[in-house]
Design a protein around this ligand. Structure first.
Ligand SMILES: [Zn+2]
Ligand SMILES: [Zn+2]
Length: 244
């Protein structure tokens, strides 16, 4: 019996464990954070998607990195590809929320496993030179205790043995919560919020930019723009969860 199999027995002695999403009691179960049913409900993105913008494709529509799909064709995008692992809803929404706002840092391992379980990741990651998380302002990072995107990036870095650059792309503007703002207000708010400290180290590089949640996309767009201005050859966005 592996040590890992004893973990739940050990935990049961001290804690009453329950599923983070539906509260089902998990004592006497091998699952640590999610029950078997909730695990099955993880909303993976598993339909055909545009490689360039991430939009859903119909049955007969194809997309290329250069041309994109009907919804992004001819549109300027500062990134080259967009891959989203899950939809931001249900189980994943609960996990991310618990992870971020109740400072349950250990949960990033669960989210990392969810990320690494997605097959198409193996098509995206091996072709990049460096992994870069979307940065948090230092004040926010200090308050929260961690940058959630950086923890996810570290998981990817380890699994694929890629170098990580967590301090070169910096956030210099501490924007207040963006959730109440319209898209144009967000765009104005985010302008010049980021800068690249040492552009030379990103020059000519294929960069994997990692963020936990994508809603309007203005943050990811702005970061990609800064990376391109620094001389990055290409920027590939990897998002854990995208809002519909
Ligand atoms: Zn459950
Ligand atoms: Zn597209």
């Amino acid at each position: 019996m592996a040590i890992g199999e004893y973990v739940h027995v050990f935990l049961d002695l001290f804690y009453s464990r329950s599923c983070l999403h539906c509260n089902l009691n998990l004592n006497n179960s091998y699952e640590l954070y999610l029950c078997v049913d909730c695990k099955k409900e993880i909303p993976y993105v598993n339909d055909a998607r545009c490689i360039r913008c991430g939009a859903a494709l119909g049955t007969y529509i194809i997309s290329t990195e250069k041309e994109g799909c009907p919804s992004c064709k001819g549109k300027y995008l500062p990134f080259n590809t967009l891959t989203s692992i899950t939809h931001y809803e249900g189980v994943i929404k609960t996990l991310i929320h618990t992870f971020k706002y109740s400072r349950q840092k250990f949960l990033f391992r669960v989210l990392n496993d969810i990320m690494l379980a997605q097959e198409n990741l193996k098509e995206v990651v091996p072709n990049v030179d460096v992994v870069v998380p979307v940065p948090l302002h230092w004040l926010k990072k200090m308050r929260r205790g961690f940058n959630q995107s950086e923890l996810l990036a570290r998981g990817i870095q380890k699994y694929f043995s890629k170098p990580l650059s967590a301090n070169n792309l910096c956030r210099i503007k501490n924007t207040s919560s963006q959730t109440q703002l319209s898209k144009s207000q967000r765009q104005r708010n985010i302008r010049n919020a980021f800068f690249v400290d040492d552009p030379a180290s990103f020059k000519g590089k294929k960069i994997l930019l990692i963020d936990d949640v994508l809603t309007t996309g203005v943050t990811a767009m702005e970061c990609s723009k800064k990376l391109k201005e620094a001389g990055a050859k290409s920027v590939h966005l990897l998002i854990l969860a995208t809002a519909r």
